[in-house]
Design a protein around this ligand. Sequence first.
Ligand code: HEC
Ligand code: HEC
Ligand code: HEC
Ligand code: HEC
Length: 371
Amino acid sequence: MRKLALLFPLIPIMLTACGEEQQVQPPKADIAAGKATAQAECAGCHGLDGKGVAPGIPNLAAQNEDYLHESLMAYKEGKRTHAALRDLTSHMSDQGLRDVAAFYASLPPVQTDQTTKAITLSPYEKGKALSASCASCHGEDGNTTRPGMPSLAGQQPLYFVSALQAYLHGARHIATMEESLRGLNRIDMENLAVYYASQTPVRRGAPTVGDPAKGEPLTARCGGCHGAHGVSHDASTPTLAGQDAEYLVSAIKAYRDQTRQHEIMLSGNTDEEIADIAAFYAVQESKAAERGATTVKELSDKCDRCHAVGVENPAMAIPKIQGQDRDYLIKAMRAYRDGKRGSSLMHNMSLPYSEAVIESVASLYANQSAR
Ligand code: HEC
Ligand code: HEC
Ligand code: HEC
Ligand code: HEC
């Protein structure tokens, strides 16, 4: 009873609130007026059918009307930056913006061009294809069988990319490999990183040199960065577990001799102790750092919670991304990632950060039919 009594005084307030909201309902949009504006001001880039005339220009046809209106406001207010749109929208009234938004939203969706349909390959598949030229040294799945050669299976992906860049920029040197690295771009490197990070490292037997039991206590200060027993949980710090012992010895000596730079001084150990440390890490069990084969699918499942066909959310104007121009989608995702376009916290958490995954997700949605 008491609770009810407390609620009663609120009811009239709620009713007036509803009434007020009805009063500020925007006037109806005028599609014909919107079409005239589109013809005069927008068609040169967005077409009169709402299809972007060149790569990088978004399709507007059949886009969510509230979303179009909000984007135009964002350009007008400078929250999204684009010189031409800022100019155009600054002269337009709110009603004018609503009209042109309503016009484009009313158009039938742009049909995705089946003939130019790009093949959608996941970063994993692309990396796997590229890894063929590495297999002779690093092993079929990144588990090397050649002493002195580093394993790549299960390696952390950001470390992997920075290692490749170190060879390309000459900070690390290995003449035999530089040949196969030449011609790889950043996205190729990320694709390779996803592929190798997703492979399962094999368990190694004890090396002929070094004593794992003696090595263990010497690694007390390594675990903070390289993880317990050398299994790293940080994408930019290499996993040492399961690595080839001879390679580990040469890496630690390279740091000791300052031909490679390390976070902490690695100069306090004798050659025998270094062999023991290497033996300890070599026999530890390691694991894959990523599950790249499913990355794009898992991501798009997350995106579809908001962007899937038929999802309506009264709290936010969600744009349609199916059948959208691929270059534009890439640009938009980069803008969110680089903080150049504001978005909700939830959005930021779900969007990919790597170029390779951004490209794949963009291809995936660009190739779905528009609705
Ligand atoms: C000079 C070419 C050009 C003209 C003219 C132009 N646009 Fe655009 N428009 C673009 C480009 C490029 C973008 C993508 C900008 C970005 O990355 O934010 C864009 C983005 C948009 C967006 C955001 C779409 C989305 O999916 O977020 C809307 C809405 C839009 N334009 C509407 C219009 C309207 C309405 C007009 C006419 C009043 C117009 N544009 C005129 C090139 C143009
Ligand atoms: C001719 C043999 C050879 C080929 C082919 C080769 N590599 Fe290597 N790679 C090596 C050697 C040797 C090292 C160790 C060099 C060193 O000590 O810095 C190495 C090191 C690496 C490292 C650093 C590993 C670490 O733990 O720091 C990465 C990453 C790598 N290679 C990736 C690749 C990729 C990707 C390809 C194929 C595009 C490739 N390699 C092809 C021989 C090869
Ligand atoms: C403060 C963090 C930190 C600590 C502590 C640390 N490391 Fe590292 N280690 C790194 C980072 C970051 C790299 C990658 C450096 C590079 O790019 O060459 C690395 C690289 C290595 C590599 C090369 C791996 C490869 O695949 O080429 C070895 C070997 C290594 N560390 C051994 C050790 C040992 C042994 C210890 C303990 C005595 C240790 N590290 C302690 C951060 C750390
Ligand atoms: C919580 C709901 C939600 C999730 C999850 C979500 N989005 Fe969005 N997305 C939005 C909203 C709302 C906007 C409009 C924001 C704005 O105006 O910048 C948007 C905008 C976009 C845009 C810009 C479209 C355009 O026309 O400019 C792209 C691209 C995009 N999202 C891709 C993705 C991808 C890829 C994922 C999954 C990795 C994802 N989104 C997950 C709600 C979501």
